[in-house]
Design a protein around this ligand. Structure first.
Ligand code: PMP
Length: 392
């Protein structure tokens, strides 16, 4: 036996990825102006961001960030040591108030927050029952926690119940995305809440793609389903999507959250968000809460894209959210379509395995409140041409 060289291994893996059309490239965005951006030197219309309300560009957010920059560029430590300040506290209180839940706790990112929740709550002998299409961070979280991970077929609440019933011992967390990031559809939240109640499991909803977008005053998928913090003891809110900044919070039951603050390793051992980032997110919460007009623009764009796609014979996946994927199938075809769109001035990412299941590569089209009708129609025409080019 001789030691394998890591350099040779990664070269081989990269060559495999290239051959399988799974190469990933970091694109350089040098200018953003609403949904227009300059990517690798070329002006494109952005139809792949998660900036659903276009808040990343909002003058109030930028002003809030600028003002709070006087408090320092960084937080100087973890929350429990010396990093927690007035901006963090206020943001937590305002999030809890908006989402009508007892308490919120800030995290550096949604990825870390998901790791934190599962690692702090579950261990060997416990079970984490999850939708198969949950975000990668939730799957990774269960693996890291050392609990039993069970994944049920997408949105199959009966299967979730059977998995919980098969693991009656230890604690149980039932975890689902509220809106699925690569499909755009919504979880059967009322059924999941009833199952969690019956099976004494704690329901955890990753609402990264729904807060700011769905529900009364943008409270997310839980509110849209007619549920509240009693039904869903813990939920994830991310700041990098509709809220236009970066970071995340876990929102819900005060005792569970107090435990996270004392025991979740991705909370304890990392630097708190810069105060200016918390300040910008506070501005985002205010705008999103009062943002029915933005949500109406988004709704009109979603409707226009869906109707136009149907008229052109483009089979979008069934979704009423800003995530409107066009299933392509083969990786090479999805990549070719994305490139054909880019050549026409539209930026739509090709999403390939392992982000989505094998054979289900897709164009993940995302809409923003800032797109206008002409841009949506232009994308539809460009999509038709790209489809024709690839299937010719
Ligand atoms: N959950 C879901 C459903 C997501 O789509 C994402 C981001 N892709 C995350 C969690 C992670 O959030 P963040 O980007 O803040 O790490």
């Amino acid at each position: 036996m001789s030691r394998e060289s890591l350099s040779e291994r990664v070269l081989a893996l990269r060559a495999q990825r290239e051959a399988a059309h799974r190469r990933r490239r970091i694109r350089m965005v040098t200018r953003r102006d609403g949904v227009r951006c300059v990517v690798d030197g070329r002006e494109l219309l952005n139809f792949c961001s998660n900036d659903y309300l276009c808040l990343s560009q909002h003058p109030h957010m930028i002003a809030a960030m600028r003002d709070a920059a006087d408090e320092g560029a960084g937080s100087t430590g973890s929350h429990l040591v010396c990093g927690h300040g007035a901006q963090h506290s206020a943001l937590e209180a305002e999030l809890a108030d908006w989402l009508q839940a007892p308490r919120a706790l800030l995290f550096g990112s949604g990825y870390m927050a998901n790791l934190a929740v599962v690692q702090a709550l579950l261990g060997a002998g416990d079970v984490c029952v999850q939708d198969k299409l949950n975000h990668a961070s939730l799957i990774d979280a269960a693996r890291l926690a050392g609990c039993t991970l069970k994944r049920y077929p997408h949105n199959d609440a009966d299967a979730a119940e059977r998995q919980l019933a098969a693991h009656p011992d230890g604690a149980a967390l039932l975890a689902s995305d509220g809106v699925f990031s690569m499909d755009g559809d919504v979880a059967p939240l009322r059924a999941l809440a009833a199952i969690a109640r019956d099976r004494q499991a704690t329901l955890y909803i990753d609402d990264a793609h729904a807060v700011g977008v769905l529900g009364n005053v943008g409270r997310g998928s839980i509110d849209a389903a007619g549920l509240d913090a009693d039904d869903v003891p813990l939920r994830l809110v991310t700041f990098g999507k509709a809220l236009g900044s970066a970071g995340a919070a876990v929102v819900g039951d005060a005792d569970l959250i107090a435990h996270l603050a004392e025991a979740a390793r991705p909370y304890l051992y990392t630097t708190a968000l810069p105060p200016a980032q918390a300040a910008a997110t506070r501005a985002a919460v205010r705008i999103a809460q009062a943002g029915d007009d933005l949500r109406e623009c988004l709704r009109i764009n979603i409707e226009r894209l869906k109707t136009g796609a149907q008229a052109r014979g483009l089979a979008l996946l069934a979704s009423d959210t800003p995530i409107q994927p066009l299933l392509v199938g083969r990786d090479a075809d999805a990549l070719a379509m994305s490139e054909a769109l880019e050549a026409q001035g539209y930026w739509v990412a090709a999403i390939r395995p392992p982000t989505v299941p094998e054979g289900s590569a897709r164009l993940r089209i995302t809409l923003s409140a800032a797109h206008d009708a002409r841009q949506v129609d232009g994308l539809l025409d460009a999509l038709s041409r790209a489809c024709d080019a690839v299937t010719a």
